[in-house]
Write a protein that binds this ligand. Structure first.
Ligand code: GLY
Length: 366
């Protein structure tokens, strides 16, 4: 088993990664057993994983109850939050109990937020079932639901007690979702690890084809990178954690333009957004054009959107910049951008002129 520590003082925990781990979850969860049955919260798409988990716990003499929610982004809502909290309260969950979030980013975010506020905070465990959740959203304690004004606008930092990652769960994940999660893997190379980006260029295809060694290595490497950043800047106050938002400002505008629909999955928006952040940096003379071309070429080879046309966006630069102004990363009326001096050299730039961004976007082929 690969174990990655997330060093946060009293809130420290481990991310444990091993093929087949779901089938051995009882060993991992036994230390958290208390009087009440565990509550597993999952969605209808991954309910079979929930059944396996419940069976594994039962075989070890550990009781559990399962709550199955509807799949999809719509579940990160006030309505579902209220209903989940009421069900957890009906089950008598206490602050010392652990709720188990078994699913992708939606389940992790909703259950994490419910755990953050239930009785002013109870414990929870993340068992992520998508590549995106395994390499990003299950680690670091960001939890949220969506509000009328936008995505993830109501939430809390609340760290899990442990994250259990079974890469075999990706066997049943649709290829499109694997690719979307892979964008977040590539992101770690682009932020500050040019060698890892080169590894992605050489091994990304094998990873997406299900090669277990490539998968496990990429997940552990990504989680290790994220754990270091989160340990440095848990609440995104120094700018270090903001590096994890590479591609997210451009990507947010593209996602907003599609109404946050399935036309562009979050990871696909991030992929196109990273390519645009590199292309914009190159246009501003900050980064070699060859690096921007290399990034776009790898995303394209991985079956991901890598420019406006491949993201299916034909709208004007002005409209995309308008979407950016509703980004939750707005700070004192300015929008910080993640720009780059090259592959592995991302930095936070608070001086970006939005007129330049608009012109750049208008000049791109549609
Ligand atoms: N997904 C970005 C972060 O966790 O900070």
């Amino acid at each position: 088993m690969r174990t990655v520590p997330v060093a946060l003082g009293a809130r420290s925990y481990e991310v444990r990664i091993e093929s087949g781990l779901l089938g051995r979850a009882a060993e991992q969860l036994a230390p958290f057993v208390r009087k009440r049955p565990f509550v597993i919260v999952t969605d209808a798409n991954v309910a079979p994983h929930g059944e396996r988990l419940a069976a594994n716990l039962a075989a070890a003499g550990i009781a559990s109850e399962t709550i199955i929610l509807p799949p999809g982004e719509g579940t990160k809502s006030w309505t579902q939050l209220e209903s989940l909290l009421d069900r957890l309260l009906d089950l008598g969950i206490e602050r010392g109990d652990h709720v188990i979030a078994l699913g992708g980013g939606v389940i992790g975010d909703l259950v994490g937020f419910a755990s953050a506020i239930l009785k002013r905070g109870c414990n929870f465990v993340q068992i992520p079932t998508t590549l995106l959740a395994q390499v990003d959203s299950s680690v670091g304690g960001k939890t949220a639901i969506n509000a009328r004004a936008g995505k993830n606008l109501v939430g809390a930092f609340h760290q899990p007690s442990v994250v259990l990652i079974d890469p075999d769960l990706l066997d049943t994940l649709p290829l499109r979702e694997q690719r979307a999660g892979y964008a977040e893997v590539v992101k770690y190379g682009l932020i500050d690890d040019a060698d890892f980006f080169a590894w992605c260029e050489g091994n990304g295809a094998a990873l997406l084809a299900g090669d277990p060694n490539a998968r496990e290595y990429a997940i552990a490497h990504s989680v290790g990178a994220k754990a270091r950043i989160v340990a440095d800047d848990e609440r995104e106050t120094t700018g270090r954690r903001a590096l994890l938002n590479l591609g997210h400002t451009f990507g947010h505008a593209l996602e907003a333009e599609t109404g946050f629909s399935d036309q562009l999955l979050h990871g696909e928006g991030v992929a196109a957004g990273m390519a645009l952040a590199f292309a914009f940096s190159a246009r501003q003379g900050l980064c070699p054009a060859t690096d921007a071309e290399r990034v776009a070429a790898h995303l394209k080879a991985s079956g991901l959107p890598h420019d406006l046309a491949s993201a299916g966006i034909a709208t004007s630069g002005a409209r995309l910049v308008e979407h950016m102004l509703h980004d939750k990363k707005m700070d004192a009326g300015t929008l910080p951008f993640l720009l780059t001096r090259g592959i592995g050299a991302t930095y936070l730039d608070k001086q970006v002129n939005l007129a330049d961004v608009e012109t750049f976007l208008d000049e791109l082929p549609r």
